[in-house]
Each structure stands twice: as C-alpha cells, then as structure tokens.
Design a protein around this ligand. Structure first.
Ligand SMILES: C[S@@+](CC[C@H](N)C(=O)[O-])C[C@H]1O[C@@H](n2cnc3c(N)ncnc32)[C@H](O)[C@@H]1O
Length: 290
C-alpha cells in the first residue's frame, strides 16, 4: 500500500488532543491586520469543519464532538473534495442509509438490518469492495464505517445503483461505534482491509490492530464470528498476525498459524491495487472469536 501521508493537514489534531479543544469563540485580535485575517480565516475553517454538517441532512462534520476525551486516533481528519454525484447521493440517501457515530445511543442492529447477521467493515475508503461483497452476499448486513465523506457518498451511490438494501454507512470513529454504540455479541464478523499502515515508528501507536482494540472487538463479536484483515505493509501484517495470535479470545483459521491465502470472496480494493502497482505483497489474516 501507498503509506498514508503523515504530514498533518491544516485540520489534523495533535495526537492525544481531542478536536473539541478548538476555540469555541473567535480569538481575540491584537491590532495586526494580516495576523487577524489569518486567524479569522483559520477560525472559520475550524468552525466549519468541526461544527456544521456539510450537506443538509447529510453526515455531520464531527458527530461525536461532545466526547471530550484524549485519545490517539487511527485516522487523519481531512476535508476532501466531494464530487457533485457524491454530494447528490449524500443528500438524497443519507437520511435512509446513513448514520452518524455520535456515541449517544446503542444501535438496534436487528431492526437496522431486518434480522440479518451483521459484519462491521472499518475503513471502507471509496467503498467499491464493500458494495461488491454486499452484492455477492445479500443475506449478510454490512455496517460500513469511515470518516471519509467522498467515500461515504460513493458507497451510497454504488449501493443505490446495485439496488442493495444490506448496507448501512456509518460516519465517524469506529472506536466510538464499537465502544458505545454496539451491544455485546452484536457482530458476526469484522473486516479491516488495508488500514492506514502508519509506517513511522512514532506513529505505530495509531495503528488500529493492537491488543486493546482486539479486547474491545472481542466483546462485540459473537463466539465463532470472524476477524478478517488484509494489508500490503509487511511489518503491519506481522503485527496483525502477532497480536491476533497472542490474544486469548482469537484463533487462527489456519492450522499452520500463518497468513491465509487471499480468499476469492475478497475483491481487490483501491488501496490494494495501488500497493500491488508498487510491487507490495499482500497478506490476509483470518481468525475467529473463540
Ligand atoms: C488506507 S484506507 C483503505 C480503504 C479501503 N479499505 C481500501 O482498501 O481501499 C483506510 C481507511 O480507514 C479509515 N479509518 C481509519 N481509522 C478509522 C476509524 N477509527 N474509524 C473509521 N474509519 C477509519 C480512513 O479514513 C481510510 O479511509
């Protein structure tokens, strides 16, 4: 995979410092007109990004903004260009198929998915693989979560075009979803395909697949449910295999304790394609919850 750029953009928060620390009111001025203008523009950008829904009726800019917590995040919040088609999908389809991860209530998955077994996918990107897997397996509900607005619009649009009714698009941090919005034993599976590899050592703490994350996942998965991860970043593949193998509540589906050959049911993802173009080797790991 092409490692995610790690230079924080203008909107990225400092690790461990929550976005809610943004000023609630415009900063005071000191008489320097240029500096004032810059501060005002920066304040306006922050206010728009953090507080306002970008599309009427669409996903909120910072759905769990009420959570004043200090935590390192596995993603880099950024404002990305949304195409007209994606914007149209967000406005028309979000009220029916989308949900904000605001941490304010536990989801009723049986009602949301008409009683289907539910698989959580964290970080669907542009959603092509998600839509494909949902179409291939219409008797499984897919709760697809990402913070990436263009991808949310894209997935809604793909799902509509394919006539899918087994996909729900969740906007926000998957950790808050897992921790506060899902019941114990709620999920039949978890997919994490090509998560941000955070290649620099000082950023390894941002990687999603870690022991504490697995503790939380283990509480939300039913016994026998699966965890399927894939990455083209070799050191992250080793970390995935190591922490899953070491966790007492997960069991490798491979008797040899190694990686799983890429299953035919997993479509090529966008990031995977980019990694393969660079000559990277892809590894899948497939475990079950004991
Ligand atoms: C490198 S991309 C891979 C996208 C897609 N799976 C693919 O293979 O093309 C990782 C995605 O995970 C999302 N992500 C990372 N941490 C997340 C979190 N805690 N909650 C929701 N989405 C997250 C990012 O926004 C990004 O879109």
């Amino acid at each position: 995979m092409n490692p995610t750029p790690e230079t924080p953009g203008p909107t990225a928060e400092t690790p461990g410092v929550p976005p809610e620390t943004a000023p609630a009111t415009a900063p005071e001025t000191d008489g320097d007109t240029d500096a004032e203008a810059r501060r005002a523009a920066s304040f306006e950008r922050q206010r728009r990004l953090r507080q306002e829904p970008r599309f009427p009726g669409g996903p909120a800019a910072d759905p769990a903004g009420s959570h004043h917590e200090r935590r390192i995040r596995s993603f880099q919040p950024r404002r990305s260009r949304v195409t007209t088609g994606q914007e149209d999908a967000l406005q028309r389809l979000w009220p029916t198929w989308g949900l904000d991860i605001d941490g304010r209530g536990v989801l009723d998955l049986p009602t949301l998915f008409d009683g289907l077994p539910v698989v959580l996918e964290i970080g669907f990107g542009m959603g092509e693989a998600t839509a494909q897997m949902a179409a291939d397996d219409p008797v499984t509900g897919i709760l697809a979560v990402d913070v990436h607005t263009p991808g949310q619009g894209n997935l809604l649009s793909l799902a509509e075009r394919a006539g899918l009714s087994n996909v729900r698009v969740a906007n926000g941090d998957a950790i808050i979803l897992l921790r506060e919005m899902l019941e114990p034993d709620a999920l039949d599976g978890l997919r994490v395909f090509f998560p941000d590899p955070w290649p620099k050592k000082r950023h390894h703490k941002r990687r999603l697949i870690q022991p504490e994350f697995l503790d939380l996942v283990a509480q939300r998965l039913k016994p026998g449910a699966f965890v399927h991860c894939a990455t083209d970043w070799e050191p992250y593949a080793e970390q995935m295999l190591e922490v899953l193998t070491a966790h007492p509540l997960f069991e490798n589906t491979r008797e040899d304790g190694g990686y799983t050959p890429r299953p035919a049911f997993r479509p090529l993802t966008r990031f995977e394609g980019q990694g393969l173009d660079k000559g990277h080797v892809v590894h899948d790991v497939l475990f079950t919850r004991r």
